[in-house]
Design a protein around this ligand. Structure first.
Ligand SMILES: O=C(CO)COP(=O)(O)O
Length: 244
């Protein structure tokens, strides 16, 4: 059985004062809860609530060296992180990260025993051009190294046009992509590995729509931006996932 995962991505939001939100997060026994705060908060976040996991939002392909401003998977692990996001669309756009770079970052995360949450998703233009599944297949294939397992990898489907916009795909659209991802994983890694890998939906998930999204085929949780910043909001999503 896949353990469901409620993941929050604080993006470039939050200072020390915001860490008090972590103490107020619910942590139901039957699901995993993860928060990915900005890098300067990772170490303190990891001390704030023993029941939730902490992750980085990005890592370098190397573990150390002359890369000013970057953070390595080794540093995140040392600070108490157990997960890291790789290939978030904002990294792909703001920092020009290719699938090959995302795959190298994912491998670097695994080297430090971090669970990689590999993010993929189409733009609105790609969806309107009917290219969604081709884009998803391409990103999934080339961002995911061969050694992926259900233990070291989570796949997050985040349509770029749904991030921070309040727009959410229909449940049919979410199911279509999640079913497709599961099938692609089965083709490549075999059914057992594919069935053990968690697939998250991300993009404007709120307490008000979480229950419906979590009832969708092959959705094992969510990657949440804005609604993860306040415990009162994220707890609504955590509760919906726990009951799903
Ligand atoms: O990008 C996201 C999480 O990684 C989604 O952000 P929002 O939940 O704010 O739309």
């Amino acid at each position: 059985m896949r353990r469901k995962l409620a993941a929050g991505n604080w993006k470039m939001n939050g200072i020390g004062a915001n860490l008090s939100e972590l103490a107020d997060l619910a942590s139901p026994e039957n699901i995993d809860v993860l928060i990915c705060p900005p890098t300067p908060l990772v170490s303190r976040a990891a001390q704030a609530n023993a029941k939730i996991a902490i992750g980085g939002q990005d890592c370098h392909t190397a573990q150390n060296g002359a890369h000013t401003g970057d953070v390595s998977a080794a540093m995140l692990a040392d600070a108490g992180a157990t997960y890291v996001l790789t290939g978030h669309s904002e990294r792909r756009t703001d920092h020009g990260e290719s699938n090959a770079i995302v795959a190298a970052k994912t491998a670097a995360a695994w080297d430090q025993n971090l669970i990689a949450v590999i993010c993929i998703g189409e733009t609105l233009a790609q969806r309107e051009a009917g290219e969604t599944l081709a884009v998803i297949a391409d990103q999934l294939t080339h961002s995911t190294p061969n050694a992926a397992t259900g233990d070291n990898t989570v796949i997050a489907y985040e349509p770029v046009w749904a991030i921070g916009t309040g727009l959410v795909p229909t449940l049919e659209q979410i199911a279509e992509v999640h079913d497709f991802i599961r099938a692609e994983l089965a083709n490549r890694f075999g059914t057992e590995t594919a069935e053990s890998m968690r697939l998250l939906y991300g993009g404007s998930v709120k307490p008000s729509n979480a229950e419906y999204i979590f009832a969708t085929s092959n959705v094992d949780g969510a990657l949440v931006g804005g609604a993860s910043l306040k415990a009162s909001d994220f707890n609504g999503i955590i509760s919906a996932l726990s009951l799903a």
